[in-house]
Design a protein around this ligand. Sequence first.
Ligand code: NAI
Ligand code: CS2
Length: 490
Amino acid sequence: MKRMNSANLTELPGDIRIPAYDRSQPAGIVHLGVGAFHRAHQAVYFDALMSLGEAGWMIRGASLRGVGVSDQLTPQDGLYSVVIRDGKVEHVQVIAAIRDVMIAPQDPRALIAALAAPETQLVTMTVTEKGYHLNPATGALDLSAAAIQSDLGDMSMPQTMPGFLVAGLAARRAADLGPFTILSCDNLPHNGVRTRNAVVGMARQADAELAAWIEEHAAFPSSMVDRIVPATTADDIASLEARIGLRDEGMVKTEPFSQWVVEDWFCGRRPALDRVGVSLTNDVVAWEKTKLRLLNGAHSSLAYLGGLAGYTFVHEAVDAPGVLDFINRLWDEAAETLGPAEGLDVLAYRQSLLERFRNPALNHRLRQIAMDGSQKLPQRLLNTIRDRVRRGDDSPALVLGVAGWIHWLSGTDDIGGMHAIDDPLASRFADRLARRGSPAEAIVQAILGLEEMFGTDLRANPVFVDALVAALTDLMNHGAAATIRKFRNA
Ligand code: NAI
Ligand code: CS2
């Protein structure tokens, strides 16, 4: 079957929307990490913006890791489909905003040149939480990270996101160009601040004057991003091929819902994203905290507890016995830590989350969400618990979510299944779990000793530690399904 490309778009079925804008217009954007989420979220917004005639927002993609995405998109001239499924009908749209995908490990200088190009106004990124090389507990750059150390050893051949951004900004400064706006689209709290920590922290190690220039002139807006985008499977590609008559290996599947709240802080050209439904505001924090603590806190708790109980997908786990009561208790606990977000009705938001989680057409794998727990739990569960500890409140549901993650680290689920632990700190867990005995208290003490994830405060709180030990003991003795059912009508 022919691969989709710019020559055969006209062969697509008539009901599929094809972009009509001139793709040779300037590429004002470089995006780092052209994963499924970028293709279903930011690229869709910029595609819509150019369809409205707002020119200059084509995207030059870059993978810092490997050739996969380039193999998916380059043979297709950067074109791909977004398949939107709501559980009843399926809608396909072709996105034309990505011009090309650079493979940075093969040609780092090409990416540095793209970052230094005068037309580049905005750098966006979805490099996953671990791509920032930050201490998850403090948000500071981890200068001891091997990849960061390697970049500091030769800044002309970077391999990390901070390394490439520092190299690109240095090239712009040397060419007497202004900097670009750096817009993180990852699920991190204050993601603009954390990106600035990473970039300025790296620059300070290499060139203090450059670091000062970046601090003074570059913009690092924070943003809250939301669209559920499960990893694409071979079946997804085959099903689309049967529908459109062309093979699209860059396709992504997602839900109808999409939201982007961006801090209105740009140092160069400012894309009129408000024209395509993006909220440009100076109050991202309230939205970001709500989303990370309600959607992502429930997601991660479901991933571990539902995974331990033997479920595969979010939509299966969310309606398992007792899970709804558990999630509602977790949301009650989290909601008490949230401030008001303009225009947000938290109860309506919670109901919409349940509907989104129940979408059976996404087949969102719990194991995908379970990845990188050390990088996710601080902002999804631990900070919420901290806020509640400060108020003198207990958090049985949130603590069970953390206990679920700890029990997940055993590598076995409650029905005899085995799973790998996909996490940048996996080796540190194995060492700790192996060194200590099996009693829940020993495991909890070993894991809470991971300061880069837990800091030092939580292990010093006996109420929290005792609650965590009790929750883990329940999971070890009764399993996740029975432990969750305790929340029934609680
Ligand atoms: P993906 O697996 O499709 O893409 C991940 C991208 O990150 C790839 O381009 C990969 O090369 C890059 N990457 C991974 N580790 C890296 C590192 N250490 N340094 C530099 N680049 C690295 O995942 P997807 O679905 O695109 O998600 C990516 C991020 O987007 C998530 O981690 C999250 O922060 C954010 N996000 C994802 C949503 C989703 O539902 N998939 C929704 C909201 C946010
Ligand atoms: C998920 C998120 O994989 C995960 O960790 O919780 O990617 C989630 O799908 C998005 O944040 C939804 O906006």
